[in-house]
Design a protein. Structure first.
Length: 366
């Protein structure tokens, strides 16, 4: 029996997460399963973060700091912003949802690319707001078309840089042009979930320097990817305190748990883990490109920890065949890309298992 619910939610489906390893083991009777489906860090969490979590276990009867006091101050120092410029969430995903809740109603719209992280649209839809999708140009955000899609009802423009699921990135010049064109009443959310992987690119924006000039700029980042803390849920956003003043009204008081705050602080001190992660990722991407080239598959050059590949056939069947061989990747049906798969970079051994399985699948009749 269904209870009456808000009609805005009628067409909203729950987010389909990547399949957990245990489920695939059970369903296919496998012992070894490689998961390259959720852009997780294959090197695991920083050992320093694990130690910090262990040290907190006897404090679990206490609520966490509601405002992430120590993490806030530490990160503000590292980023060169004021502590008031920051807000923290149960993953950066929660911050997107809270921003939607704080600023959107059914008279508004948001603007984003057609092939971008689906959680922006879900946040808007949940509040009754429309999403204006803008086609990409050669698999990259078309910043001029995005700016042109803004109208008087637009409250947010979301730009994932690098983009998920495509993996492409836009340059500092492009992002700056967008900021200069979009009216200051529109909050431009630069989603930098994959920042740590992309920042070595000389043209990657250093957007923090633009915060004073553009009070409508918000930058979201996460500890889930390069810091390897997806399981504990902590992300943050940098922006104008005037925006956080509103978001704080809908933020649950203890939204970032005690273990997550400690883990994030420790991870920030582990440069070795971060650089191993980033260099291992670059090696994995090159190996993938080489394998896809020799299999004759086209792909989008990635600035993140995953790659979007065109299978030139219904990708759902390839996905299923890979599952049977113990490799979980991500089908792209929800992104309306029925012939593409998104593959997260794994450990070297995992990447080789995937490449062997894919070669095998493509040589068989599926
Ligand atoms: N933004 C993008 C572009 C992402 O790919 C993800 C994770 N899939 C997130 C935000 C959310 O990450 P988290 O909630 O784990 O911080």
């Amino acid at each position: 029996m269904l209870f009456p619910f808000r009609q805005e939610l009628a067409n909203l489906q729950p987010y389909p997460p990547g399949k957990p390893i245990e489920e695939v083991q059970r369903e296919h009777g496998l012992t070894e399963v490689v998961k390259l489906a959720s852009n997780e860090n294959p090197f695991g969490p920083s050992p320093k973060a694990v130690e910090a979590i262990a040290a907190q276990l006897t404090e679990l009867h206490l609520y966490p700091e509601s405002g992430c006091y120590y993490l806030r101050n530490k990160l503000a120092g590292l980023l060169g912003v004021t502590p008031e410029n920051l807000i923290f969430g149960n993953g950066s995903d929660e911050i997107v949802a809270l921003m939607a809740m704080a600023f959107l109603d059914n008279t508004h719209n948001i603007v984003c690319s057609e092939r971008t992280f689906i959680r922006y649209e879900m946040g808007a839809t949940s509040m009754g707001a429309l999403t204006r999708h803008v086609p990409m140009r050669e698999w990259r955000h078309d910043v001029d078309a995005l700016a042109a899609a803004v109208d008087q009802d637009t409250r947010f423009l979301f730009l994932a840089n690098p983009d998920n699921p495509v993996g492409s990135a836009v340059s500092a010049a492009e992002v700056r042009r967008l900021l200069e064109t979009v009216p200051s009443s529109v909050i431009v959310v630069l989603d930098e979930a994959y920042y740590e992987y992309a920042r070595a690119w000389p043209e990657y924006p250093d957007a923090i320097q633009w915060l004073a000039e553009f009070p409508n700029l918000v930058i979201t980042r996460t500890f889930s990817k390069a810091y390897g803390l997806a399981g504990i849920r902590v992300g943050y956003a940098i922006g104008n305190p005037g925006i956080w003043n509103v978001v704080d009204r809908v933020r649950p008081p203890f939204n970032v748990n005690r273990l997550a705050q400690e883990a994030a602080m420790a991870a920030l001190d582990d440069d070795g883990h971060l650089s191993r992660t980033v260099s291992g990722n670059a090696e994995g991407l090159s190996r993938f490109y080489q394998a896809f080239d020799s299999l004759g598959l086209s792909y989008v050059k990635s600035y993140a920890n995953f790659v979007l590949v065109n299978m030139k056939r219904p990708a759902a069947a390839v996905y299923e065949s890979l599952l049977r061989r113990g490799v979980i990747v991500r089908p792209m049906g929800i992104y309306k890309l029925p012939e593409h798969l998104r593959i997260s970079v794994g450990l070297q051994t995992e990447n080789e298992i995937f490449i062997d399985a894919l070669t095998n699948v493509l040589q068989s009749k599926l």
